[in-house]
Design a protein around this ligand. Structure first.
Ligand SMILES: Cc1ncc(C[n+]2csc(CCOP(=O)(O)OP(=O)(O)O)c2C)c(N)n1
Length: 199
C-alpha cells in the first residue's frame, strides 16, 4: 500500500507548471514542503507567495487573501502533510464560502521535504472526503493528466471554494528554492498586487 505513490502517473513539477501557466493573474500561496520548490521551478514570480514556515498555514493564508481580494483568483497549492496539519482551516473555508479560492493538495502520500516518511493518506485518510465532510461542496481527486485538464477550469475560474486532491508521484527531486528573505517575498507580492504605495 505505501509504495503505490511511487508509480502515480502525475509528476508534481509538471502539475505546478500547468497550474501556474493556466491563469497568469492568479495569486498563488504555496505550502512549506515541496510545493514551494515546484512553483519556484515552474517560474518564480512575485504573484507566488511561498511559505517558509508555519506548517498548516497555507490554507488560512490563502483564505485571508481571497477574502481581502475578492476580485482576484487565489490558489493554495500545498502538500498532504501540510494540509493534514492545518485541516481545521477547511471548516472555516466552508463557512466563509470564498468564491475566488481554490485549494490543490499535491498528495504524494509522503512528508517529502523531511525524508519521505509516509503520511496518513498512504493508508486510510481521504482528504477530499474530509473536505466534503467539513462543508466544502466542490471537492474531488485528480489522478491523471486527463482529469487535471478536465478540472483546470474549475480550479482557475470555477465557483469557489474548490478543493482538489492531486495524486502526484512520490519521487526524489532537486530542491529549487525561492528566496529565503521573508520580507522580500512579502514586499514583492504586495508591490505586484497593490502597487508601490503598499510597501
Ligand atoms: C510544526 C512543524 N512540524 C514539522 C515541520 C517539519 N516539516 C517541514 S516540511 C514537512 C513535510 C511536509 O510534507 P508535505 O506537506 O506532505 O509536503 P511534501 O514535501 O511531501 O510535498 C515537515 C514535517 C515543520 N516545519 N513545522
Amino acid at each position: 500500500m505505501s509504495e503505490r505513490a511511487e508509480s502515480f502517473p502525475l509528476h508534481r513539477r509538471e502539475v505546478a507548471k500547468t497550474l501556474l501557466h493556466a491563469r497568469d493573474d492568479m495569486l498563488i500561496v504555496t505550502g512549506l514542503g515541496s510545493t514551494n520548490w515546484d512553483f519556484t521551478a515552474a517560474g518564480d514570480a512575485p504573484r507566488i507567495f511561498p511559505l517558509w514556515g508555519a506548517m498548516g498555514g497555507a490554507v488560512p493564508t490563502g483564505l485571508g487573501l481571497a477574502l481581502a481580494q475578492p476580485n482576484k483568483r487565489v490558489l493554495v497549492a500545498t502538500g498532504d502533510g501540510e494540509m493534514l496539519m492545518g485541516i481545521g482551516s477547511l471548516a472555516t473555508v466552508a463557512v466563509q464560502v470564498p468564491k475566488n479560492l481554490a485549494i490543490c493538495v499535491f498528495d504524494n502520500e509522503r512528508y517529502g521535504e523531511t525524508g519521505m516518511q509516509t503520511t496518513h493518506t498512504a493508508s486510510v485518510a481521504d482528504l477530499a472526503l474530509t473536505a466534503q465532510g467539513l462543508g466544502i461542496k466542490d471537492t474531488g481527486v485528480i489522478a491523471d493528466e486527463d482529469a487535471l485538464n478536465a478540472d483546470l477550469n474549475a480550479i482557475t475560474a470555477g465557483d469557489g471554494p474548490v478543493f482538489r486532491v492531486i495524486k502526484v508521484r512520490a519521487e526524489p527531486l532537486d530542491f529549487v528554492l525561492p528566496s529565503k528573505d521573508g520580507v522580500h517575498l512579502k514586499n514583492r507580492f504586495r508591490l505586484d498586487l497593490l502597487g508601490s504605495d503598499a510597501v
